[in-house]
Design a protein around this ligand. Structure first.
Ligand code: MSP
Length: 643
């Protein structure tokens, strides 16, 4: 039903390698990955391109500040992109670096082609340039700031100072493409998603297009201009070429690949770089006799407290830290669900944790858990194919069918957040169905009805897992495995779900909870209140904790850990025990030697770094925040119980 073409070519912007990737870079890349997976799910062959933008003044300056040569500087940073993408399971098929020989030759071939068609000519440029944006700033887009007696012209996009530039340059005859572009937008109303942004672009083009400077004599860190090595190709012109140089543009033996994949089906980009992709890039392609891309997905910005993330504001969110705390799939889900693709959205840890707790752990994870727990209790793991369904189950099946159709419609329109919203409405319906049917009550009397409820739930969860695969590739595999379905989503088509028939057997499996609820971090203040409000306990509760005195006879660091120290403790009549303590950052092993401490002795033994700990040494933080050992006032016999 979805798309007749068998191929899908999707790209991300290529990232400036001035720093490691941040959440904004992850966002563009993630959207492309979700769309790539969505098309794989339809059985299409997917080409997914991402990479790094490595030339220009901005990179040269950053390298200089770091005291490195530009190539050395970028070579050190590029692996951090590949690493982040791997952690977040970004399934790109090609990673392009603009410092690669293939890209440089391809970009030169493209500019050469424009020289041949007469759309590039040499003249002189005078105007204002913004290095952070690597762009010429038109007068109407500038803001003026008065600093002392001097007026500084600021870039309208990033608000930083521009500088005056006057130099000989090659121009691209952009002005000649004004009407052609307007005709193109009219003939392709779906070129830009969301459609509202098309109006901005049309208004900009209608104001009149000036020819575009596409070379620099003052920037040496770039690709030499064809036949005029005193110039380098302007970094944006060169960077845009990556979308075709990655296919082999300019290499005769690769013409067939360019013809096979170009025009791209979807180019993902942030709203800040829309002009480059919706105006300059299509015009240059037209000049070279090539088609513009089929569609641009223009997303908003991720903000922190209503401000765009930026290094200077110090509000940059590190995707690797989020990964370490929450894992890839929950963060992927949050970004897709919380931030409407067409708008700016605020990032917050509270929202992220809330989504994990309520949508993932409660709505989805618990549904699976409850089903598996019941299956376990009544020992019914094998769910055969059901041929007759109750009215309520049929109603749920038709809700599933509607949801599949809605989900597909939204995904085709790149409205990922809306697709997920319709899926969660369905998950709520499945929970309601499960609750109403009360399978725990009928398990004993009506086994057939019991199995039917489990089967309807399993069919629903399978539908959810297959459709959710593009957003959460790992968790959906785990979910399918718990249902006894091991199919690889990347090879499946949606046809089965579209038919809406429920004809599967399942073999349920006991499994770990799919999602872990984040533990709320209590602010200091509320921790204090919490202490005041703690409920009283009875003496019997205290008696459950066995506390004994013991003397430390050996203390040594545990290899491979900067925190753990292994203690041997003499508990007198209770014998000698091994206890691990995590105070190794605050104290050296010698600090513990020979001291008599108080230990909890009836905790279940616990393994850390392969060693078993058979007790816990008590300590309390001193005023300086260093743990102080709790010790008896006078020496008492080892193994004395504390009461
Ligand atoms: N190198 C150019 C793109 C050249 S494409 C031929 C560039 N690089 S960038 O690293 O500055 O930005 C790359 C992408 O990250 C853009 O789509 C941009 O919108 C996105 N993001 C950067 N910060 C962002 C947020 N705070 N939020 C969402 N995305 C943003 O521009």
């Amino acid at each position: 039903m979805i798309d007749e073409r068998r191929r899908f070519y999707v790209t991300t912007p290529i990232y400036y390698v001035t720093a490691k990737p941040h959440l904004g870079s992850l966002y563009s890349t993630l959207l492309a990955d979700v769309m790539a997976r969505w098309h794989r799910l339809q059985g299409q062959e997917v080409m997914f391109l991402t990479g790094t933008d490595e030339h220009g003044q901005k990179i040269a300056q950053a390298a200089e500040q770091a005291g490195k040569g530009p190539q050395e500087f970028i070579d050190a940073l590029v692996p951090s992109f590949a690493d982040a993408w791997q952690k977040y399971e970004i399934g790109y098929t090609q990673f392009i670096r603009t410092s690669s020989a293939r890209h440089k030759a391809g970009a030169q071939a493209f500019v050469k082609r424009l020289l041949e068609t007469g759309d590039v000519y040499k003249s002189r440029y005078e105007g204002w340039y913004c290095t952070p944006c690597e762009t010429f700033v038109l007068q109407k887009d500038q803001a003026i700031s008065t600093q002392g007696d001097v007026n500084v012209l600021l870039c309208g996009s990033c608000g930083r100072a521009t500088h005056f530039m006057a130099e000989e340059t090659y121009f691209f005859r952009l002005s000649a493409y004004q009407d052609k572009l307007l005709a193109f937008y009219q003939a392709h109303p779906d070129f830009i998603t969301p459609r509202e942004r098309t109006n901005e672009v049309i208004a900009f083009v209608k104001e009149g297009l000036k020819d575009l400077s596409i070379s620099r004599t003052t920037v040496s860190w770039g690709v030499p201009f064809p036949e005029d090595p005193a110039h380098t190709i302007y970094v944006w012109t060169e960077a845009l070429c990556n979308y075709i140089t990655a296919l082999g543009y300019g290499v005769p033996s690769h013409e067939v690949d360019v013809a096979r994949w170009w025009p791209a089906d979807l180019q993902v980009l942030g709203k800040d770089i829309i002009r480059f992709h919706a105006v300059y890039w299509p015009a240059m392609l037209m000049a070279a006799g090539m088609k513009p891309p089929r569609r641009l997905l223009v997303h908003g910005w991720i903000k922190v407290n209503q401000q765009k993330m930026s290094k200077s504001l110090g509000n940059v969110v590190d995707p690797l830290q989020l990964y370490a705390t929450y894992g890839a799939d929950p963060v992927r889900y949050y970004l897709c669900r919380q931030i409407p693709v067409n708008q700016d959205g605020d990032f917050s840890i509270e929202d992220l944790e809330q989504r994990i707790t309520s949508d993932l752990a409660n709505d989805l994870g618990n549904l699976l858990n409850r089903m598996i727990l019941l299956a376990d209790k009544y020992n019914v793991f094998d769910l055969p194919i059901i041929t007759t369904w109750s009215v309520q189950s049929l109603a749920l099946r038709s809700q599933a069918w509607d949801m599949v159709a809605q989900f597909e419609r939204h995904m085709q329109a790149c409205e990922i957040h809306l697709a997920l919203a319709s899926m969660w409405r369905f998950i709520h319906a499945v929970n309601a169905y499960f609750h109403e049917k009360q399978p725990w009550k009928i398990a004993a009397q009506d086994k057939h009805a019991f199995i039917e409820v489990l089967s309807a739930t399993a069919h629903s969860l399978r539908t959810v897992a297959v459709l959710l695969w593009p957003v959460m590739p790992s968790k959906t595999h785990e979910l399918l495995a718990s249902l006894g379905h091991r199919e690889s989503c990347s090879e499946r088509t949606l046809e089965d779900l579209e038919l809406g028939t429920w004809h599967h057997a399942f073999l349920l499996k006991k499994s770990e909870p799919l999602f872990v609820k984040p533990q709320p971090q209590e602010p200091e203040e509320s921790k204090e209140k919490h202490v005041e409000q703690t409920a009283h306990i009875a003496i019997e509760d205290f008696a459950k904790v066995e506390l004994h005195t013991g003397t430390i006879t050996l203390a040594e660091r545990v290899a491979g850990s900067d925190k753990l120290i292994r203690l041997m403790v003499d508990f007198g009549p209770l014998g000698e025990r091994q206890v691990l303590t995590g105070m190794g950052k605050a104290h050296a092993p010698e600090h513990f030697m020979g001291k008599q401490g108080i230990f909890v002795t009836n905790f279940k033994p616990r393994k850390m770094m392969g060693l078993e700990s058979q007790g816990m040494l008590l300590a309390a933080d001193s005023e300086e925040g260093i743990p102080a050992l709790l010790m008896p006032e006078a020496r008492v016999a080892n193994g004395t119980r504390i009461k």
